[in-house]
Each structure stands twice: as structure tokens, then as C-alpha cells.
Design a protein around this ligand. Structure first.
Ligand code: NCD
Length: 307
């Protein structure tokens, strides 16, 4: 088993499959009255969040607690970080407290890589800048596999603000490792030019959502991340929705079995309409539930559990 999960590229197909299979076992636990396993009793998991988060943070906390670990939640707001303490000094503090795993979300791409050099425990990337978010990719892959029965050969469109999306990057890496065919869709200004060279040669690009939809098994809508935009990448929100937003009329172009995903948080009315987000094809709430199982599997396996 690997020691850290910093990037979806850390996972080869057998390791990723082992995590997904373990997540399925963890999910079975969620149906029980007592949702707890003793496996990580006496181990300490630190959640180190330098950036806002709702789902990911709660999900990692629930995952660690369901495995009986001691959980320490650290948020940059209200800590000595606001007094200017560096990531390295914070890491040394955690090291002194004997953290077995550190889950980190940070606005700087690469922060988890630096952290791994300063602590003895396992480092799990919970989102670093515009770089990666590997556990999101795992919970997405888990959701696709449980809804559609397989990943190999699955046709997945990832739509919208690919340029700023760590979710897209990790998904491309993991999905291609597991044999899915990914098509990135969005305005040319929001799709990195070097996408296939940088990520995977089999990844396709399209600027025309309507023409792509009839061939897809999965359509994953991304949030338009205006907080990461210094320039204007499209004429107006209305224009963006008209070309790249998923509404009911567009959703009907998908094959009958296809599912609609979104990592959250959503801009309802921008990249996805409320009718689509709340429709029976949407797996958005399921993704959140699956996130706990996927993160339980990751913590369990990284901290030395057996499948
Ligand atoms: C994403 C994130 O923070 O990277 N959300 C999440 O973790 N579920 C996507 C986003 O912010 O749009």
C-alpha cells in the first residue's frame, strides 16, 4: 500500500480498485445501527484546513470517527496561522503531537507534497489550490461504479471550468487509470491547452456540449470558480449557462441510463438548473454519502489496515 495520497497519479489500477472495493465494505457499515469500527483506535488523524470546505471536511471527520480514530480539527482561521505561522512550523507542531495521518486542504498547489517531507505520518490531499483532489475522484469513481456497474469503457464528460478545477484533474487521472474515456467540455478559455499532454493522451476535448451529450454515460458538471478568476473567461453568466449549463432540455439528450454528477458546492442556475440537480438522474447527494465510505477506505488502508 502507498503511504501518502497526494495525487490521483499515486494510484495504479490495482490500488485504486482495492480502495473502491474497501469503500464498498465501509458503505455496508453505514446501514447498521452502530456505524463504528474499532480499527483505528488509538491512532490520531489531524484535519488541517487552510481553505473553506463543507463536504470534504465533514466527510473526513465522519470517516475518521467511524474508524474510532482520535480526530483533531485544525482550521487556519483562529489558529496561529493568522499570526503568520508557516506551514512548516505548523507541521512540526503536528509531528510533536504524534499525528498518524494529516488530511490537508490548502490554497497552494503542492502543499501536501511539502508537508509529507516534514511529518512522519501519512498525508492525504483534501484539495490543494487548482492542482488535485484525489479523494473526490475516488468517491466519484465509486459513485459511477455503483450506479453503472463498471468503470472500464465508461464514457464520462467533465463539463465547465476545467482550468481551475482540481476535481477535474484528479478525475481525469483516476478515470483513465481505471479504463474510462474522458471528454473535457467547456469554453476554450476554460480548458487548459496542454490537457492531453499533461494528463493523459486518451483524453478528448470538445467545446460543444450539445454534440457530446448523446454519447455519454456520465456527465459531471463543475462549479464555475469565480474566486480563482483574475480575468474574464466568458462574456456573462447568462451566456455561460446558455452554452454550458445543464438544464432539462439538455439533460434529455443524454442516454436513458446516464447519470448527472456535481462535486458541490453548486451555483444553481449557472452550471446546473435546480430541476436537473434535484432530478432522479442526479447523484449529487449520493456522492456526499459515498465520500464518507471512500475516505474511510483511504484512511484505513493508508494507516495499515488490510482489505
Ligand atoms: C470542490 C473543491 O473544493 O475542490 N468541492 C468539493 O471538495 N466537494 C469543488 C469546488 O470547489 O467547486
Amino acid at each position: 500500500m502507498i503511504k501518502h495520497l497526494r495525487s490521483a497519479a499515486d494510484l495504479d489500477a490495482p490500488t485504486a480498485t482495492l480502495i473502491l472495493d474497501t469503500a464498498a465494505e465501509m458503505a455496508a457499515l453505514a446501514g447498521r445501527e452502530v456505524k463504528k469500527l474499532p480499527t483505528l483506535r488509538g491512532r490520531t488523524v489531524v484535519n488541517l484546513f487552510y481553505e473553506d470546505s463543507t463536504r470534504t471536511r465533514i466527510s473526513f471527520e465522519a470517516a475518521a470517527k467511524r474508524l474510532s480514530a482520535d480526530v483533531i480539527n485544525f482550521s487556519a482561521k483562529g489558529s496561529s496561522v493568522s499570526k503568520g505561522e508557516s506551514l512548516k512550523d505548523t507541521a512540526l507542531t503536528l509531528q510533536a503531537m504524534g499525528a498518524d495521518a494529516v488530511v490537508i486542504r490548502h490554497p497552494a498547489s503542492g502543499a501536501p507534497h511539502r508537508l509529507a517531507a516534514w511529518v512522519d505520518g501519512s498525508v492525504v490531499n483534501a484539495g490543494d489550490g487548482t492542482h488535485e483532489h484525489p479523494t473526490q475522484a475516488l468517491l466519484d469513481a465509486y459513485t459511477m461504479r455503483s450506479r453503472l456497474g463498471r468503470l472500464d469503457g465508461l464514457r464520462v464528460a467533465i463539463v465547465g471550468d476545467v482550468l481551475h478545477s482540481r476535481v477535474a484533474r484528479s478525475n481525469v487521472l483516476l478515470l483513465t487509470t481505471l479504463g474510462a474515456q474522458v471528454t473535457l467540455v467547456g469554453p476554450p478559455t476554460l480548458i487548459p491547452l496542454d490537457v492531453s499532454a499533461a494528463l493523459s493522451p486518451s483524453t478528448k476535448v470538445s467545446y460543444d456540449l450539445d454534440s457530446v451529450l448523446p454519447d455519454m454515460d456520465v456527465v459531471m458538471m463543475l462549479r464555475v470558480q469565480t474566486e480563482r478568476m483574475q480575468d474574464s473567461y466568458f462574456p456573462s453568466a447568462r451566456e455561460y449557462s446558455r452554452r454550458y449549463g445543464l438544464d432539462l432540455a439538455r439533460m434529455r439528450k443524454l442516454p436513458e441510463h446516464a447519470i448527472v454528477m456535481h462535486p458541490g458546492p453548486m451555483n444553481r442556475g449557472m452550471e446546473i438548473t435546480p430541476e436537473v440537480a434535484d432530478s432522479s438522474r442526479s447523484t449529487i447527494v449520493e456522492q456526499v454519502a459515498n465520500g464518507v465510505s471512500a475516505r474511510m477506505a483511504v484512511l484505513y488502508l493508508l494507516l495499515g489496515g488490510k482489505a
